[in-house]
Write a protein that binds this ligand. Structure first.
Ligand code: FE2
Length: 228
């Protein structure tokens, strides 16, 4: 398991969010990821505090995971369970928020809202969660915010202490996303990648873009630490 064979963000579990609609789609996604070089999949279904308790989410996630594992095949990528947690006011007060993280790597993947403009509370909330949980915060698909937040707002997110920034591999095929990816690489931010794949049509696995665009890249020490 390393930086170049781990998909840090994807929606491959069946019937739990807007990702894989059923088991067939899940298995197609997993097989495609595997063919593109993925050996470890971190499954990150959406979690929204205002919709569901952590307890119910974990039960639903476990059921979805078990249905995939009942069709496990030799050489299938390993699947680790986590979540893509939507930032909301007072999210840090959620007692069992740690359980939404990737237990093996002690990480929490947090997503900024797309439905509202940028506000300072968002970064403050992330810092509260980091402080409370002592877990490694990963900011989901930083490249996707370039269309909704200003450059100075993106810079505020990038200045969150100790965070790791996840990029979607689709960033490499988009002008603004590619520009941001290049900046983060050049300025040596701790970054990692995910496909954020949801289905086999509009949001397909594209893990092959990692090897293509990141040849000879040396991951940031903070990211390398995740694999120890
Ligand atoms: Fe996602």
């Amino acid at each position: 398991m390393n930086f170049f064979d781990t998909d840090f963000h994807c929606h491959i579990l069946p019937g739990i969010d807007d990702g894989a609609s059923d088991l067939d789609v899940s298995l197609s996604l997993i097989k495609t990821q595997a063919a593109q070089g993925v050996k470890t999949i971190i499954a990150t279904p959406h979690y929204r505090k205002h919709e569901l308790s952590v307890e119910r989410f974990l039960k639903r996630r476990q059921t979805a995971y078990e249905s995939v594992m009942s069709h496990a095949y030799p050489g299938m990528p390993r699947i680790l369970l986590a979540a893509e947690i939507a930032l909301e006011h007072n999210l840090y007060e959620l007692d069992d928020i740690e359980q939404l993280g990737n237990a093996e790597m002690n990480t929490l993947l947090l997503e900024f809202p797309f439905t509202t403009s940028y506000h300072k509370w968002m970064v403050e909330e992330v810092e509260e969660i980091a402080y409370k949980t002592r877990m490694q915060i990963i900011i989901a698909h930083i490249d996707r915010y370039v269309d909704i937040f200003s450059e100075s707002e993106i810079n505020e997110i990038l200045s969150i202490p100790d965070a790791i920034f996840q990029l979607n591999l689709s960033a490499f095929s988009e002008r603004k996303g590619k520009k941001l990816a290049k900046k983060l690489i050049k300025e040596e931010y701790p970054i990692l990648f995910g496909t954020d794949c949801h289905n086999m049509t509009s949001r397909k696995p594209n893990f092959d873009a990692l090897a293509k665009n990141m040849k000879k890249y040396e991951p940031h020490p903070k990211v390398q630490n995740l694999f120890r």
